[in-house]
Structure formats: C-alpha cells, structure tokens
Design a protein around this ligand. Structure first.
Ligand code: ATP
Length: 292
C-alpha cells in the first residue's frame, strides 16, 4: 500500500527528512509520533502528493502521488485547520467533499454528523475549534479512501468527544478496513487503537514496529545504587535520579524475563517505563541525552 524508499526532502537549506524508509502493505491503523519539528507534517505532505521528494521515492499502491491524479485518488489527507469556505455549513462541506471522493459514503457521513452532535445549518466558521476538527474528521471517515492520513485528529476535542471519535474510527475501520495514519504528540491516547507506531526522529523514521512490541521497551530500575550501577553495563541510560544511596534509572532495554529475574536476584524494583516517557527519552536531542 505504502512503500517509501530512501526518501529525502529539504526546504532550501533545512533538511526536513533524510533516508526515510517504510513499507506497509496492510490496512491497519498506524500512529505517527515525533517531537516538534521532527518531520511528521513534511512526511504527510509527501505522502499526499503536496510535495515532491528530492531523492528516493514514495509509492502509493505502486503509483507516485506527486502530480498524479491516479495515485492521489487512493489517499486522503485531513490537515489541521482544514480550509472550509466561510460561507459553508456542514451540509455544504459534505456535498463538496462528496464531489472529490469516489468512495464517498453519504449514509456514513450523515450518521457521523449525528454521532458528533454537529449542527447542520450553522456556518462552520462560527464553530468552536473542536467542532471544526469533528467536521474535518467526518469527511476523513466518510471518504473511505484506502489510505487516510489524519493530522492531530483530536485537536481541540474534549475527553468525551475524543472517545466518540475513536469509537467511530474503530467502527468504520472494522466495517471497511483501510490504512489509517494518525499523527499525534500524545502517544498514550493513540496507542490503544494503533496496531503499529512509526517514530519520526532526527529527520527520519527511527522506529517502526508493532505497538505491543514497542510497549515492552524501556525499563525503570529503582533501589540501592550499589546494586543497580553494576547492572547498567553497556545499556543506554535514558534517565536517572539519585537521592543518597537510592537510585532510579531508565534503561533502553526490553521489559523481559531476563531483566525481571536479574532485578529480583538483586532485590531491585523493576517496572516498565511508560511508553510516552520512553519515547521522549530516546528522542532527546544530543546535548540532552545522557549516555553511558
Ligand atoms: N515551509 C517550510 N519552510 C522551511 N522549513 C520548513 C517548512 N516547513 C517545515 N520546515 C522545517 O522542516 C522541519 C520539519 O518540520 P515539520 O513541520 O515536518 O515537523 P513536525 O514533526 O510536523 O513538527 P510539529 O510536531 O511541530 O508540527 C523543521 O525543521 C521545520 O522547521
């Protein structure tokens, strides 16, 4: 479905992406996570044909999306602050979207408008930020594109509406599987619904794996410093705190039986690092990172 090979892209002198590779053949939900400026938006623009790679290639169902209406018909990109005409209400926006999406599902769009509690006749420009996001996401779900990219899809939504949105996304995905790519800064929010996660860091995709595997990365050891220090060996230290002879340290190691029994043997507490903390620590900039 998506095949990115050795992709690089710069804005003038600024390298936004380099040596990016990614292959995904399955219609799954993928989370795209990265820190500010990592290159997520640029990657989404390249995938949706808004920019042309400097080197390397992107193939969407074996077609390049750039300047190619055949390639573009497989992909929908729902950006933050989707540009709606100032004269439109929800009905106008749906009608307009239906003209440009050959898989458009009007019944689904109607159902989602009800589910998201959107007023139909009020001008979209008078909507709150969350309501505008919801309107964009109705279009994203109802267009049923084989590849649907959503940039920060829950931006501005309160906790209840986030749940309504994720439930709707899962329902439509189950009924009509497609490849969803959801960019977010909040991994804990998207992780429960994503089968895989792509980490964008230092202008490339540094990690692409199943969510369940990624969730097992990163351990926190707590206890007597004299017991912990010899254990760290050649492990990459992601974070550490010391108070007297007590220590807490995060290592870039998998939370597995080997580490659990090692810790038990030395009477050290071991726990899995929360995924968000692990990712923030592995993507620390060079000057911030503590390496052993
Ligand atoms: N139009 C542009 N002109 C010049 N540089 C740009 C432009 N757009 C992005 N960049 C630069 O490209 C790099 C990647 O930016 P990008 O917007 O893709 O990151 P991002 O991961 O989406 O960030 P954020 O999470 O803050 O939205 C950054 O260094 C950014 O400053």
């Amino acid at each position: 479905m998506i095949n990115i090979k050795d992709l690089s892209f710069s804005y003038g002198q600024t390298i936004a992406l380099k040596d990016v590779n990614l292959l995904e053949e399955e219609p799954i939900i993928v989370g795209l996570w990265g820190r500010n400026g990592a290159g997520k938006t640029t990657l989404m623009k390249l995938l949706s044909g808004q920019e042309k790679p400097d080197t390397g290639q992107i193939l969407i169902k074996n077609l390049s999306p750039y300047n190619n209406s055949d390639g573009m018909k497989y992909i929908s990109y729902l950006q933050e602050n989707h540009p709606f005409s100032e004269f439109w209400n929800v009905n106008d926006a749906l009608r307009f979207a239906s003209y440009f999406n050959e898989n458009w599902d009007q019944d689904l769009a109607e159902e989602l408008v009800e589910r998201f509690e959107l007023p139909r006749r009020k001008k979209i420009k008078s909507f709150s930020k969350g309501m505008q996001t919801m309107t964009t996401m109705v279009i994203g779900l109802a267009c049923k594109s084989p590849i649907t990219i959503m940039d920060e899809p829950t931006n501005g939504l309160d906790a209840y509406m986030r749940k309504v949105f994720y439930d709707a996304l899962l329902d439509t995905h189950e009924e009509h599987p497609r490849l969803f790519i959801l960019s977010s800064h909040h991994i804990d929010e998207i992780e429960p619904i994503c089968e895989k996660i792509a980490i964008v860091d230092r202008q490339t995709i540094s990690l692409y794996d199943e969510t369940e595997k990624m969730k097992m990365l990163g351990i926190i050891l707590t206890g007597d410093a004299s017991s912990i220090e010899p254990l760290t060996g050649r492990s990459r230290i992601l974070d550490q705190r010391k108070l007297g002879n007590q220590m807490s340290i995060m290592l870039d190691e998998p939370f597995n039986d080997e580490w659990i029994s090692r810790a038990a043997h030395l009477n050290i507490n071991i726990e899995k690092a929360p995924l968000q903390d692990y990712l923030v620590n592995i993507t620390k900039r060079n000057k911030e990172a503590k390496r052993k």
